[in-house]
Design a protein around this ligand. Structure first.
Ligand code: DAH
Length: 340
């Protein structure tokens, strides 16, 4: 009995609790009906007459020391909660959460897609790693065309048939091969060219391609769609002009300029005193391209256009160095916070 009381004493000295619930468990363990100390009191009747006095005293001390321990533990929790409470100053302003912002190229891309979606265009995407057929051959690039040159295109060493796409026109082919007209789609995405990186050119950039194939699609339809786009993107007073140009996959082909929105066409350093700034290439889809995709050019015709997202963004927000778009400098990016 003496030994037992001693060891429980030691046990009690070492007791600890992580929370109020733990303390209640301790009370149950020692003092409940079947608790360790209660059991000892029950055994008291078996203690011999001579030892009774001594054992009784020790048992009471044991019970008291447990009660004391429980009180100490309780107090320590209450005090720490008190101090937690006093450190909480509800009048302080909340922690500042830095709002993110959309990337300027993503803002421009969404704007282009949104404008064309109002006249029936939907979005499709294609792979950035392309084969020669979709990037060049089906688009009517002759075998010896300079755009296929190693200087412009990133080819895969082991297989010259595979390259990083140089334009999103490749997605035209993928869509025309798998879908039947009418087709009215936009193809936004990243493209790659083996060019020296400078403030004006980069080895990767972004384009949006547009394609409309149906019966009786004419150059007038193309011009009307692009005029609508230019006015929505750059302002209602914007004028457009189409200059004859050449692309292997369109015939006839054109480049489109918009009236300079800085000087309203009067001429300034921005438009190099011409009053116009170039924004995209376009044309009527070459019948040869339709044939490559098994679309009958006697029944169907169509137009296509392609523009650089960086170029449009530069014009709209006057970004002077194309490298800014991929450097992820937060001081640059956060200027577009309200551009959504
Ligand atoms: N693919 C051309 C380029 O990357 C852009 C382009 C021009 C696309 C004329 C077209 C188009 O669809 O009709 O420079």
């Amino acid at each position: 009995m003496f030994e037992k009381i001693k060891s429980i004493h030691k046990e009690i000295e070492q007791l600890s609790a992580k929370n109020i619930e733990d303390i209640e468990l301790l009370r149950i363990k020692y003092l409940s009906k079947k608790g360790i100390i209660t059991e000892l009191f029950n055994d008291f009747k078996n203690v011999t007459q001579e030892e009774r006095k001594e054992v009784g005293k020790l048992l009471n001390e044991l019970k008291n020391s447990l009660q004391e321990k429980i009180n100490i533990l309780k107090n320590s929790f209450e005090n720490s909660q008190e101090s937690d409470k006093s450190e909480l100053d509800l009048t302080l302003p909340a922690n500042f959460i830095m709002g993110g912002s959309r990337h300027p190229l993503s803002v421009t891309r969404s704007k282009i897609v949104e404008i064309f979606s109002r006249i029936g265009f939907t979005v499709a995407e294609g792979p950035e790693i392309e084969d020669d057929w979709h990037n060049f051959s089906a688009l009517n690039f002759p075998e010896e065309h300079p755009a296929r040159d190693m200087q412009d295109t990133f080819f895969i060493n082991k297989n010259p048939d595979i390259a990083l796409r140089t334009h999103t026109s490749s997605v035209q082919i993928r869509v025309m091969e798998t879908e039947k007209p009418p087709i009215r789609k936009l193809f936004p995405g990243r493209v790659y060219r083996n060019e020296a990186i400078s403030s004006r050119s980069h080895c990767f950039f972004h384009q949006v391609e547009g394609l409309y194939i149906d019966k009786d699609v004419s150059f007038a339809d193309l011009k009307q769609a692009l005029l609508y786009f230019a006015k929505e993107m750059f302002g209602a007073d914007t004028k457009i002009r189409l200059r004859p140009s050449y692309f292997p996959f369109t015939e006839p082909s054109a480049e489109m300029d918009i009236s300079c929105f800085l000087c309203e066409g009067k001429g300034c350093p921005f438009c190099k005193y011409t009053g116009w700034v170039e924004i995209l290439g376009c044309g009527m889809v070459d019948p040869e391209v339709l044939k490559n995709c098994n679309i009958d050019s006697k029944i169907y015709s169509g137009y296509a256009f392609g523009m650089g997202i960086e170029r449009i963004t530069n014009l709209k927000y006057r970004v002077k160095d194309i490298r800014m778009f991929s450097e992820n400098d937060i001081r640059f990016l956060k200027q577009f916070q309200s551009a959504v």
